[in-house]
Design a protein around this ligand. Sequence first.
Ligand code: ATR
Length: 306
Amino acid sequence: MFATPIAATTRYCAVYGHPIKHSASPAMQNAGMAALKLNWRYLAFEVQPENLRDAIAGAKAMKFIGLNLTVPHKLLAVDLVDVLDESARAWGAVNTIRFEGMDGDGAWRPLADLAGAASENIRSHGFNTDADAITRSIGEDLGIEIRGAAVLLLGAGGAGRTAALKLAAEGVAELFLVNRTPSKVTGLIAEIQQRFPEVKAHAGYPAPTRNIDLVLNATSLGLKPEDASPFDATQYSLNRAGAAYDMIYRPAETPWLQSARAAGCRTANGIGMLLYQGARALELWSGLNPPIEVMREALRKNVYGS
Ligand code: ATR
């Protein structure tokens, strides 16, 4: 897939993060943009949190099509964009910004739609495409119907909290929550009970004889080879779980995911989350159907080299 050569008419998107050098988003997004025959490029910038406001304003001034934000910018950006989409409000985080201009009728339109006629009146519109990507990846990569499912979730940090609330919003029947710091589980259960009272949320592992549909690792344990397991096998057996999902995708299979596969679970890693959040961002920017398989291949090649 060959991209149109860069010219004065080329438009830009970018990801801001700190650190950013391992980001696979440029490989995935540039492949997607080329497949859609867009004369766009996707760049990556190391941006310190204290410079995020200026960096967003710079992209706006240069009529970038949009931005992605990654660690540690997603929460900060909630207060820095001009308007928040419902998705960003619901999850309290912005990972995608779309720049929009006012058309002749006074309506806000994505800059991609306004072509050369972009007005100088531009706003930043903040979205969250991460939360949908979690449940889409679980659904598509593991074939799990979330509605009515029983899920054991390991981790109640930023990613764990979003996963728990999104699963609850999708109608999960029962959630078992485990975290090193128990107070985060208590707080999360209170939030689930308030927002989604029909979901049964419990602190701790399911009873040993209980079968569940999915175990989901949302802790950072497994990123480093010396990490302890996020899962306590003395409390519950993976033989009783239908599937296991590890949000970690580097390494492709953490020791925990390997043990889940050995126990007969269907398994998937978090590469699908990265793919679907990016595909949705490209859709928001372009209004076009994102080329999922092209993006998946580019991502795989970038992260795993094959
Ligand atoms: P993220 O945004 O990726 O979720 P985070 O909010 O820092 O990052 O959350 C990291 C998760 O991994 C948390 O659930 C954290 O547990 P705590 O809430 O107790 O901090 C978990 N985690 C990280 N290091 C851990 C360790 N050494 N042992 C157990 N859990 C760990």
